[in-house]
Write a protein that binds this ligand. Sequence first.
Ligand SMILES: Cc1ncc(COP(=O)(O)O)c(C=O)c1O
Length: 405
Amino acid sequence: MSKQQSFNPLNLSISQVAQEVEPFHVMKLLGEAKALEAQGKQMIHLEIGEPDFPSLTCVHDAVTEAINHGKTHYTPTLGLPILREKLSQFYHDFYHADVPSERILLTPGASGALHLLLTAIINPSDKVMLCDPTYPCNREFVNLLHGKVVSVPVDESSQFQLTLELIQKHWHPDIKAVMVATPSNPTGTLIEQTELKSIADFLEEKEVYLIVDEIYQGLVYERPAESILSIRDLQANVIVINSFSKFFGMTGWRLGWIVAPNFLIPTLDKLAQNLYLAASTPAQYGALRVLENDALAELENRRQTFETRRTQLYEAMIAAGFNIPCKPQGAFYLYWDVSDLTDDAEAFCKALMEHTGVVLTPGRDFGDFRSNHHIRIAYTVDNAYLKEAVTKIRFFVDSVLKNHG
Ligand SMILES: Cc1ncc(COP(=O)(O)O)c(C=O)c1O
């Protein structure tokens, strides 16, 4: 923090929880990367967790039209009824799942969804089980609510995911919710539907929520995309989080959704009224358009591009002698085990960036368990850059790293 930023002559208070929130550590690296870029150095950005494609032109046109027709006011808190209907139809067409529109509510991104949902279900001291590594904000949302995170270390033996066995092994009576993401950030791995169903059944018996983050569904490779909503009774304990950010390519529009059991909807409605009133109106009109068949066909082409990148990057890394413990099945990430090269993934990333211009995300952002031995690579750039990046990484390891011990 700069001196100017920390200058607080009256010593005005900043809440304890806010002081304890962890930043995204990769932002520091990104700042240094930008400074190098400003000096004219060519950088390859493989640290960014969003599609490189812009949102679809048809979405831009639909939103412009909506705005021109004065559709700039608040929507109902739960979202535009027509969009909730359309998402219900999307579940039917895409996942063969029967999801009534009354169970779907629109939120400001999956981030807003996670915050809203956890606020609705977590009391101080309640425990929430997460795997480590995981999407980092989940830990912080639980901390902000004075809940307690039960962190379960996972590795390649379970595809970096929670299993029923792991959940039972780490069980605690105060656990109120278990959170999973399939595909996962940072590993791109899935939980098989049969495993997910056993987990949901076990948690139902325990009267505990299962929160399934499906934000990367749609971006799944060599197999169809799946939702737990197609295999699970929706009146029970399962809640799904999703978003227009990743598969739909609308990160900056800030629109996500929750599918929740009926009994939770009035609570979520009332909380959302207080927290943010409603999700962005233009974004909701954009989402209506992106769910049309022609737009979905364009997104399918993009999915195929991600699949090609995934395969080529994975094969190039393996051919270069690097250890990728799990071939990712979705999202746009590869989780690289660098334990044969360093005990400090963060220092490794910094040196790699300074010597080669390749920017990666050290494991520290995703947890504590063996995080100094892992690095996330996002394939959110063209294949040509991915190829160049692997060559540069190999060069760095062979020459720079060797020479400096
Ligand atoms: C697993 C996961 N969940 C939720 C989010 C939040 O996404 P957004 O708020 O853009 O919808 C992200 C963002 O990277 C993510 O990786």
